[in-house]
Design a protein around this ligand. Structure first.
Ligand SMILES: [Zn+2]
Length: 197
């Protein structure tokens, strides 16, 4: 489990739905994930890195055009628990401004890299108009030590109300697509839908 903060969103109240969140994009392989999501009729929330949005602006816009939601994962992908308050403040503010200038959308949800934020800084997201979002399910699509069958098993354990976190990365997108496919089957079998944040 991630570090817990009062007021942070780790699950959603609606137990008939699952929130699918995808960190670290946009990337040169985001479109593969968008196709995988569409094949399963899943709508997700992409927590974009500000720096990556500068490198892949059209992909950032495509995520919105294809009816997914976007949120911020900060500007630099660094451990914010080790940063001074003004550094965290600047990174978050810069990410919001960047995402807005690239997509026209002002993000309202923030997930710091690795889900880490110093407890003394946990008021910062709200000062930027953002809700702090963590997760309740992390299958490990980014971790090559987790084999594909185990990934599928972990996705099978996702339940209504969960916030699942996946990743948008060129090195692991095929594993993420496996998770998305398994998630689609699980959702249909359990009569669950997906919601964006
Ligand atoms: Zn990340």
């Amino acid at each position: 489990m991630p570090m817990l903060y009062p007021g942070a969103l780790c699950r959603i109240a609606d137990t008939t739905a699952v929130a699918v969140t995808i960190d670290d994009g946009p990337s040169k392989t985001s479109e593969n994930l968008l196709d995988a999501l569409e094949a399963e009729s899943i709508k997700g929330t992409f927590f974009l890195s500000g720096r990556a949005a500068i490198s892949h602006p059209e992909t950032a816009r495509m995520i919105l055009q294809r009816d997914h939601a976007i949120a911020t994962h900060g500007f630099m992908h660094e451990d914010m628990a080790r940063k001074k308050r003004d550094e965290v403040d600047e990174d978050l503010g810069k990410s919001l401004a960047t995402i807005e200038s690239v997509t026209g959308f002002h993000a309202k949800h923030y997930r710091p890299p690795y889900g880490r934020l110093h407890p003394a800084h946990r008021d910062l997201p709200a000062l930027h108009g953002c809700r702090l979002v963590l997760w309740s399910a992390m299958p490990g699509d980014f971790d090559p030590r987790v084999d594909v069958d185990e990934l599928r098993r972990r996705v099978e354990h996702v339940r209504g109300g969960d916030i699942i976190v996946l990743h948008d990365h060129p090195q692991s997108w095929e594993r993420t697509a496996v998770c998305i496919s398994a998630l689609g089957s699980m959702l249909r079998r359990n009569g669950l839908r997906t919601v964006t944040l």
